[in-house]
Design a protein around this ligand. Structure first.
Ligand SMILES: NC(=O)c1ccc[n+]([C@@H]2O[C@H](COP(=O)([O-])OP(=O)(O)OC[C@H]3O[C@@H](n4cnc5c(N)ncnc54)[C@H](OP(=O)(O)O)[C@@H]3O)[C@@H](O)[C@H]2O)c1
Length: 311
């Protein structure tokens, strides 16, 4: 646990395949397609350079459109400055289905963003055959970037537990390592053991629902800290998440909050010597939020997908 860090709005993390991913991500789950193009544009205008969508969100075309519009209006920003993630849904898993799903991603996004930075296996809640079939198909795209369908730069997983990662690492056809595991993470679900395992295997941790989707915003301990230190619950939770070293995905449909949530991170570049607004939380806040044994799952119907066992 660190009290302060030199992270800023422009910070990136290096993946095991050498690529770099901006740590501040904008999530788009449940944002209706008709609203999302403008919100993605607003997020990029605020300074986010990392956008997260999924086939299951039914908005990836409009998300990609937002990126494209922004790039057209901001010639100083390149496509390569922006990280675009999408995900293969459970119903799209298995080798053949995944090939169809990647065709769908291509049909919906290629005209706007040319390539995708990352495709995640959205969930392990299928079967060994489907998980590995999906992975096999995704590997083929990554290993053949000039394929006719879609240039896919990297593969990751989401909601995978140690058993699902072990299955992948013991698979004889593994050629492209997963670079990221995207997980529900917040003080009530810190997933200490899983994160240690991922660190050993050089898989970066990406946090979703860092604000608990609002489900802990009236938690008495959090409210007390909020009042005592004059920090909003969202500010405390986002700072906590960045200080853990996560890549953080936060969602809002409120343009004012888009900016506020990014302003948690300082504007200065770490080499400038300017330390005003340094990312930090005091030791009392960190102590109160340090709950290494807590296992409260607030998404996925309260049932932890990382513990899923095949039927
Ligand atoms: N891989 C997966 O299985 C998975 C699962 C869940 C999420 N995700 C990804 O992670 C992203 C973020 O997670 P999430 O959307 O579940 O939850 P979240 O970001 O923790 O919470 C979003 C909720 O917080 C509210 N909010 C945002 N900023 C706020 C602020 N400054 N103050 C008070 N309330 C605020 C939003 O309301 P308003 O919109 O009204 O501001 C919304 O209700 C998703 O959008 C998605 O891209 C992935």
């Amino acid at each position: 646990m660190v009290n302060s860090s030199n992270l800023n709005k422009y910070s990136t993390s290096r993946l095991s395949n050498g690529q770099t991913v901006p740590i501040a991500g904008f999530g788009t789950y449940l944002i209706p397609a008709e609203k999302v193009t403008k919100l993605v544009y607003d997020a990029l205008a605020a300074g986010y350079r990392h956008i997260d969508t999924a086939i299951a969100y039914k908005n990836q075309r409009e998300v990609a459109q937002g990126v494209s519009k922004f790039l057209k209006d901001h010639l100083n920003v390149q496509r390569s400055d922006i990280w675009f993630t999408t995900k293969i849904a459970e119903k799209n898993q298995g080798y053949e289905n995944t090939r169809k799903a990647v065709q769908q991603i291509s049909d919906e996004t290629k005209e706007f963003i040319d390539y995708v930075d990352l495709i995640l296996v959205h969930s392990p809640k299928t079967s060994t055959k489907e998980r590995l079939g999906t992975y096999e198909a995704l590997q083929e795209y990554v290993l053949n970037p000039d394929n006719e369908t879609l240039n896919v730069r990297s593969i990751g997983v989401s909601n995978y537990g140690v058993a699902h990662l072990e299955e992948l690492f013991h698979w004889e056809n593994l050629k492209v390592k997963p670079v990221i595991n995207q997980l529900e993470l917040h003080p009530w679900l810190p997933r200490v053991e899983l994160r240690n395992y991922m660190e050993e295997h050089n898989i970066l941790t990406e946090a979703y629902s860092p604000l608990t989707r609002g489900r802990k915003s009236d938690d008495p301990e959090l409210l007390e800290l909020s009042q005592k230190y004059n920090l909003s619950p969202a500010e405390i939770l986002l700072k906590w998440s960045y200080l853990q070293g996560f890549i953080v995905l936060v969602k809002t449909e409120n343009p004012k909050r888009i900016k506020e949530n990014l302003d948690i991170l300082p504007d200065y570049r770490s080499d400038s010597g300017d330390e005003s607004g340094k990312l930090e939380l005091n030791s009392e806040i960190l102590r109160v939020l340090n709950k290494p044994d807590s296992k409260i799952v607030l998404t996925w119907g309260g049932v932890d997908p990382t513990l899923y066992k095949d039927e």
